[in-house]
Design a protein around this ligand. Structure first.
Ligand code: AMP
Ligand code: GLY
Length: 417
């Protein structure tokens, strides 16, 4: 099969790595890909959001199967378009992807079907929002409705901070039209766990749990980022909690989407908080998370193409998926300054010195005349397995120690919570 992956970050490198091990994949393509991906797939210089460009490329080059990894092409309807063109595509339709692309949509769905989540109100008027904040008090959570690269969430410690956030989003348009509508939420507490699930719209199969580290600095300090590291599985996610999540959250969500007329096919991301009152949904994503996927897929012990086909064909109940009985840790090496201003074009050294059992997924690199250069905020995801979490963490940091580039920044406490 000729398979094309859409996207170009660490997550896509992890997906391409899994696909490159499949017996079913004869040719692997990635659009746009990156320096690391170019060593295992043919990189096609088309932007991930260029729906028409990618559809035309797939038609002209007889691509059999497309895996759409990032949120924006999904929200823009890339899977709808590819399917109309007769190309098998992995991922939700634009209608189903609203579970991520509109917080108002997902909160309304959870409310209607009794799926546990933080109490909330939706506002499209600044004064109403500010009155509500004054009435509720702090801490309180303010979220832009649309996609905001994971940065549209403010945890306000004081009423003043909450009011500033409302004005920032609604009047100053800090996230453009994503802030025309905002969601104001109850502040929840407890450990955070991510659970990705494969679903074909009817059947649902959870992957090993994981935990992201969203803040830029050690001790969960600094700005929110796309994610600075991940471990899998999460020590907090016991079998009892997993059963509750399946019964109270995963199954009801998939059934609700089908009932509403938007069956969800692909990978659904459950961002959960294990509160004193049970597990609750923080957010849904319509796709694999990054960097969680780099850790989670490293544990996969089955042919990923069998799973992708079963998701698209609606036959997930016909296959079994095996996972390695190990732990995984991914440490993100970022450009100093990320998630704000940072430099690119810095030579990366030491990649050859990384032992073979450690996998370095590339997130923001390019390959020029045989030299890898930094090309993004998140640069590498250094990923290792171990018999337990501590062993995986130690091994990943061993890998990090081999690699250097100007102004490299990474957290030293991944998995230590
Ligand atoms: P989100 O983009 O919705 O995942 O939010 C980013 C981060 O903000 C989450 O990973 C949580 O750490 C935090 N967060 C979001 N919503 C809440 C909430 N209602 N209560 C407490 N923390 C939250
Ligand atoms: N790691 C969080 C996300 O992919 O949205």
């Amino acid at each position: 099969m000729k398979v094309l992956v859409v996207g170009g970050g660490g997550r896509e490198h992890a997906i391409c790595t899994a696909l490159s091990k499949s017996n079913k994949v004869s040719e692997l393509y990635c659009a746009p890909g990156n320096g690391g991906i170019s060593t295992i797939a043919t990189c096609v210089p088309i932007k991930a959001t260029d729906i028409d460009g990618i559809t035309a490329y797939c038609t002209e080059n007889a691509i059999d199967f497309v895996m759409v990894a990032p949120d924006d092409p999904l929200a823009l309807g890339m899977v709808n378009k590819l399917t109309e063109a007769g190309i098998r595509a992995f991922g939700p339709t634009a209608e189903a992807a609203r579970i991520e692309s509109s917080k108002a949509f997902s909160k309304t769905l959870m409310n209607k079907y009794g799926i546990p989540t933080a109490k909330y109100c939706v506002f499209d008027n600044v004064n109403d929002a500010i009155n509500f904040v004054e009435k509720q008090g702090a801490p309180i959570v303010i979220k832009a409705d649309g996609l905001a690269l994971g940065k549209g969430v403010i945890i306000a410690e004081t009423v003043m901070e909450a009011k500033t956030a409302v004005i920032h989003m609604m009047e100053n348009k800090a996230f453009g039209s994503s802030g025309d509508k905002i969601v104001i939420e109850e502040f929840m507490t407890g450990p955070e766990v991510t659970v990705l699930c494969f679903t074909d719209g009817k059947n649902i199969v959870p992957l090993p749990s994981s935990q992201d580290h969203k803040r830029a600095f050690d001790g969960d300090k600094g700005l929110n980022t796309g994610g600075m590291g991940a471990i899998s599985p999460s020590p907090y996610y016991t079998e009892d909690i997993a059963q509750r999540c399946m019964d109270e959250i995963f199954r009801p969500t998939i059934d609700a989407m089908a009932k509403e007329g938007y069956p969800f096919k692909g990978v659904i991301y459950f961002g959960l908080m294990l509160t004193p009152n049970g597990p609750k949904v923080i957010e849904y994503n319509a796709r694999f998370g990054d960097p969680e996927t780099q850790a989670v897929l490293s544990l996969l012990d089955s042919d990923i193409m069998d799973i992708f086909e079963a998701v698209v064909d609606g036959t997930l109940d016909k296959i079994s998926i095996r996972w390695k009985n190990k732990s995984a840790c991914c440490v993100v090496m970022a450009s100093g300054g990320y998630p704000q201003k940072y430099n690119t074009g810095c030579p990366i050294s030491g990649l050859d010195a990384v032992p073979e059992d450690i996998t370095v997924f590339h997130a923001g690199t390019k390959l020029e005349n045989g030299q890898y250069l930094t090309s993004g905020g998140r640069v590498l995801g250094v990923t290792a397995l171990g018999d337990d979490l501590n062993a995986a963490i130690a091994r990943a940091y061993h890998g990090v120690g081999c690699i250097s580039f100007d102004n490299a920044h990474y957290r030293k406490d991944i998995g230590r919570k």
